[in-house]
Design a protein around this ligand. Structure first.
Ligand code: PMV
Length: 330
């Protein structure tokens, strides 16, 4: 039996613009998905998942992957989660050259599903690591990231960026520009506070909305390019450990994303509540339309303010996590 975990992520800067080749900086957060893999005598795969959303219904999914789980949870979300686990196990079988290996898999995640925090990537990365180790193979981080990316491509019908899987595997702050992903070294601790409206946006629709705006209006194309400039400045502020400047740039990034039509009333309300409390800066994170905001605040002010903000279902602190995928128990 091997247990591995991997972190979720927020975008410090650069979502949406990254689709057009601008750089982005996702950061791993101290909220993890934990996967335990135990090899079975037969070739079956049994998956048990608990706490797949933040507030904790428990999913008991005991059966082969063709069965229907008897749970009170949004079915598409559950099916999606199970699709990721299936494909991750396929990758582990392939990596260990054990196509017939069977597993009992347990998934526990403290990362809300479908809210832009990279929950699926974290589950996939942890599952590949746990299942390959259970078969006696330890993959290096690059290979885990590559295989996890292939899983997302497969499950998401060819629509996936490397950002989530790379960030979850490596931990810390990473820089993504096209196919080029690398970890940023010597970054300060980032005291993230996350506000979650309980919902999620439609990533495909939001991305295509930005694409239309960008082709229709030069100033929308300029806005996308301005986000790229802002990210490059953000990288310098990170290297200089200048949290005040990072906060200002986060505020600016949120404004540019709002101009591109991807914010929402709930996200704006949480961003303003954070700013009016003690945040150094705040912005939506991920595709937008609903889901999460991320603020920078090392005091308790933002979390408390978000707790009282209508539309904010849950607020929590999740500092930058410098660890990526790791073994919890072997
Ligand atoms: O909401 P998330 O975490 O899946 O992030 C989407 C990020 C986008 O830049 C909007 C799309 C993408 O594929 O990069």
């Amino acid at each position: 039996m091997v247990t591995s975990s991997a972190p979720g992520k927020v975008y410090l800067f650069g979502e949406h613009a990254v689709v057009y080749g601008e750089p982005a900086v996702p950061c791993a957060i101290e909220r993890r998905a934990t996967v335990t893999a135990t090899e079975r005598e037969d070739a079956a795969l049994r998956v048990r998942a608990g706490d797949l959303t933040l507030d904790g219904f428990t999913v008991e999914y005991n059966g082969d992957t063709s069965g229907t789980p008897d749970v009170d949870v949004d079915q598409p979300l559950l099916e999606a989660a199970m699709g990721y686990v299936n494909e991750a196990i396929e990758q582990a079988r392939d990596a260990a050259d054990r196509p017939e290996a069977g597993f009992d898999v347990t998934v526990d995640s403290a990362i809300p599903l479908g809210a832009g925090l990279g929950s699926s990537a974290a589950v996939v990365v942890a599952a590949i690591d746990a299942a390959t180790r259970e078969l006696g193979v330890a993959l290096d981080a690059e290979e885990i990231a590559e295989r996890a990316y292939r899983v997302e491509l497969e499950v998401q019908n060819g629509e996936a960026s490397r950002a989530d899987t790379f960030c979850s595997t490596m931990g810390g702050a990473v820089r993504v520009e096209g196919e080029d992903c690398r970890r940023l070294e010597d970054v300060p601790n980032l005291p993230f506070v996350i506000g979650y409206d309980g919902g999620s946006g439609d990533t495909g629709a939001l991305v295509s909305g930005v694409r239309s705006l960008r082709s229709e209006y030069d100033f929308a194309a300029d806005t996308v390019a301005a986000i790229g400039d802002l990210v490059r400045r953000g990288e310098r502020a990170l290297a200089a450990e200048d949290l005040d400047e990072l906060g200002r740039l986060m505020d600016f990034n949120h404004g540019l994303l709002a101009a591109l039509g991807v914010s929402a009333r709930s996200l704006d309300a949480m961003v303003w509540a954070a700013r009016e409390a003690s945040a150094k800066g705040a912005k939506l994170t991920g595709a937008g339309g609903g889901g999460c905001i991320v603020a920078l605040d090392d005091s308790t002010g933002t979390e408390t303010a978000l707790d009282y903000t209508p539309g904010c279902e849950r607020a929590f602190r999740a500092d930058l996590d410098t660890d990526g995928v790791r073994v919890e128990r072997a």
